[in-house]
Ligand binder design. Structure first.
Ligand SMILES: Cc1ncc(COP(=O)(O)O)c(C=O)c1O
Length: 385
């Protein structure tokens, strides 16, 4: 078996996600070396003579990043020659794509229902003389404002609304007119969706969420196939300095080994929870992509391999939602999503999303499903009393 590339036991055998995840990014075996090297803490490296790589200065490169970046690349686009650039956070990765690619006078299309920090990015883009157009994710509405844009930014499934657009269709239309396409793949993770295979130029994510999955580190990445685009993103990281710490990069790589176990368990739990909530009188607007009657299910099925761990629903009002969240014992009232411990929050408390006051975003963890569902149903009953 070829080590380091999770190539598989034979020429015609396509390996599974779990095998790929546990082997992703491992270096070739060297006698007496660890199978997975520890984090390399170095601001600089011994560098006599000509200052050429691979390892020169700690803001440019680090061997721990190299292993993580290879691992993510193998998951994002198995069998393809892609480059991944790791960042200190998801926002650092998003900013790197936007600010390395866009110039004054360019137009960019963003979703108007994307991650809640995008409006802040929009302000900065506008201040730099870039025209920002927005449209909803649902029904591929971004197509309506695409003409002549330099970059199309997609977030699918959207967060927290769980709308889905057709990546293949948008990418085809964008490329016909020379527009680049980036997909924020945070919610799906590469096990749920592979944007590069669907036609995107950049797959971008906050690895703070499901990729690392334990709610203890911030990290992000960008993966692309075109070396020139990758060089632009890498160059931006060097000048912005938004680099991951070696410890975070190593923890992230370690976490990837359990990605398939975590994601499969969380998706299965999410479907069970969504089914338990459906039809209840106190729950409206229930959304889970895996439910066959979800408005996004049909499109999601054409491009997603797993439906993710986020379930959302609306309780009658703000107080009702607060009582529900207070009553949960196995679910933390916290933001973010994708972790092994379930979290839920009343999303309207942040003020940035167009959601009702009683809207709850629920990130389903890896608990035993019977325990989790019993906790949720009990908290709902108490909140209604
Ligand atoms: C979809 C999405 N993209 C990007 C981000 C930003 O990531 P980070 O918090 O790691 O900077 C988030 C964070 O919640 C997110 O949900």
């Amino acid at each position: 078996m070829e080590h380091g590339t999770a190539a598989g036991p034979g020429p015609h055998h396509e390996i599974g996600d779990g095998t790929r995840a546990v082997r992703a990014g491992l270096p070739d075996p060297v006698k007496y070396e660890p199978t997975m090297p520890g984090p390399v803490f170095a601001a600089h490296f011994h560098l006599p003579g000509e200052p050429t790589g691979p390892y020169t200065y700690g803001r440019d490169t680090n061997p721990t990043w190299t292993h993580l970046e290879r691992a993510i690349g193998e998951l994002e686009a198995p069998g393809r020659d892609v480059e991944t650039v790791a960042f200190a956070s998801g926002m650092a990765a998003i900013s790197a794509v936007l600010f390395s690619q866009l110039r004054v006078g360019d137009a960019v299309v963003l979703p108007d229902d994307g991650y809640q920090a995008l409006p802040l990015v929009r302000e900065q883009l506008t201040a730099f003389g870039i025209e920002v157009r927005t449209a909803p994710t649902a029904r591929d509405a971004q197509l309506d404002v695409l003409a002549g844009a330099r970059l199309l930014w997609i977030e699918t499934p959207s967060n927290p609304g769980l709308d889905v657009c057709d990546i293949r269709r948008l990418a085809r239309a964008a490329h016909e007119q020379g527009t680049l396409v980036a997909v924020d793949n945070t919610l799906a993770t590469p096990l749920g969706q592979r944007p590069l295979e669907l036609g995107a130029d950049f797959s971008v994510a906050s690895d703070t969420k499901g990729m690392t999955g334990h709610g203890d580190i911030l990290l992000g990445h960008v993966t692309c196939e075109d070396p020139e685009l990758a060089a632009g993103v890498r160059g931006w990281r060097k000048i912005a300095g938004a680099i991951p710490g070696p410890m975070e990069a190593w923890l992230a790589h370690r976490s990837l080994a359990t990605l398939q176990l975590r994601v499969d368990r969380q998706c299965a739990n999410a479907l069970l929870l969504a089914r338990a909530l459906s039809g209840r009188a106190d729950v409206s607007g229930l959304r889970y992509l895996g439910l066959p009657d979800d408005p996004s299910h049909a499109v999601a099925t054409t491009q997603m391999r797993r439906y993710g761990c986020v379930v959302s629903f609306v309780l009658p009002d703000r107080d009702h939602a607060e009582r529900f969240l207070d009553g949960l014992r196995l679910v933390d009232d916290a933001t973010s999503f994708g972790g092994v411990r379930s979290t839920a929050e009343r999303r309207g408390r942040w003020g940035g999303d167009a959601v009702p006051e009683g809207f709850v975003r629920f990130s389903v963890g890896a608990e035993d499903p019977d325990d989790l569902i019993a906790d949720v149903l009990r908290a709902l009953t108490e909140a209604a009393a």
